[in-house]
Ligand binder design. Structure first.
Ligand code: MLT
Length: 322
């Protein structure tokens, strides 16, 4: 390299470094690939609210819905990698989607830089308030006897609700009518209204409605009960130990986002999850908060890789069994 070129490159490098040091200088768009009011949106708004204060710039949620979360995720993957567009992904968009969409327009590993895990979100089996079964055992018997009459709500092929209820339906060997929504926010409205019978959904969307008695909850699909809903039995206690599944929400940036920017965003996320008020808002809804090590970009990268492998196995095994 000539001296002049070297000088030019150094100046460019300095310029870029200075730009990152000043980051963020304007609001950050946080893409939520599902409808407003649903679990991804709720986690994004709670965490984004505190991150805005740390970063000194608004984190503005933009709901970009469609195709089980893959429309918004594709938009995020293709956004300019400057730290001004990030997304709240989850177990569906960054874990299960590759197994159900052979022509997916993004690679959850290669097209994104992980920022950090925002929340663990256990899965519940819930139904409309006047759905006849009283408990999980009765739900199993009723669902098997009425399989084709049932309507199950989900947030689109590849979403958490779709993939987890695919697993449940295959364990029970039932074939309900599967009704897609732009997110489980609107799906929950119809469950409350009695237009659909049941769904599998993330706890953060459900806790207030269960506490208010406007929907029925049969079980939580985790090893232990949730402190947010201590009376709700686990699937193991309720007689369906095979149905063990949990989801998560995490922040991602498009591939190529500078490391300093990712470090700043991760720092703001970690701080939000250490904040007492933010923690309480998440914990009251039943979310699980990872320890410091579990919030690192490296931990999220590992989680995404293992989830892709896990869901690939689960969903392909179901297709093969059909
Ligand atoms: C949502 O925010 O609507 C959900 O995360 C949808 C889902 O994946 O089931």
């Amino acid at each position: 390299m000539t001296k002049r070129l070297l000088l030019f490159a150094t100046l460019l490098g300095l310029g870029a470094g200075a730009a990152h040091a000043a980051y963020p200088e304007r609001p950050i768009t946080l893409i939520v690939p599902f409808a407003a009011g649903g679990p991804t949106d709720v986690v994004a708004r709670i965490v984004g609210d505190h991150m805005s204060r740390t970063l000194g710039q608004q984190v503005v949620v933009e709901n970009v819905t469609g195709a089980g979360g893959t429309t918004g995720t594709t938009r995020a993957a293709q956004a300019s990698p400057d730290g001004y567009t990030i997304m709240m992904g989850h177990m569906g968009t960054h874990g299960a989607a590759p197994a159900v969409y052979p022509n997916l327009k993004y690679d959850p590993v290669k097209d994104f830089v992980p920022i950090g895990l925002a929340a663990g979100t256990p899965i519940l089996i819930v139904a409309r308030k006047n759905f006849p079964p009283k408990d999980l055992k009765e739900f199993i018997t009723y669902a098997k006897a009425n399989s084709e009459k049932l309507n199950e709500a989900h947030a689109g092929v590849g979403s958490v609700s779709f993939t987890t209820c695919s697993l449940l339906n295959s364990i029970l060997d039932i074939k309900p009518t599967r009704v897609p929504y732009q997110g489980t926010g609107p799906a929950l409205n119809d469950l409350v209204g009695g237009q659909v019978d049941y769904m599998c959904d993330q706890i953060v969307n459900l806790t207030p409605q269960i506490q208010a008695g406007s929907i029925k909850a049969y079980a939580i699909a985790t090893e232990k009960r949730s402190p947010a809903l201590p009376d709700l039995p686990t699937t193991k206690e309720g007689g369906l130990p095979e149905f063990q599944v949990s989801a998560w929400n995490a922040l991602f940036a498009p591939k190529g986002t500078p490391k300093e920017v990712v470090t700043k965003l991760n720092g703001a996320l970690v701080k939000a999850l250490d904040d007492e008020t933010t923690r309480k808002r998440l914990l009251d809804l039943g979310a699980e908060i990872a320890d410091r090590a579990g919030r690192s970009p490296e931990a999220l990268q590992k989680l995404v890789t293992s989830e892709i492998a896990r869901w690939n196995k689960v969903l392909r095994a179901q297709t093969a069994a059909k």
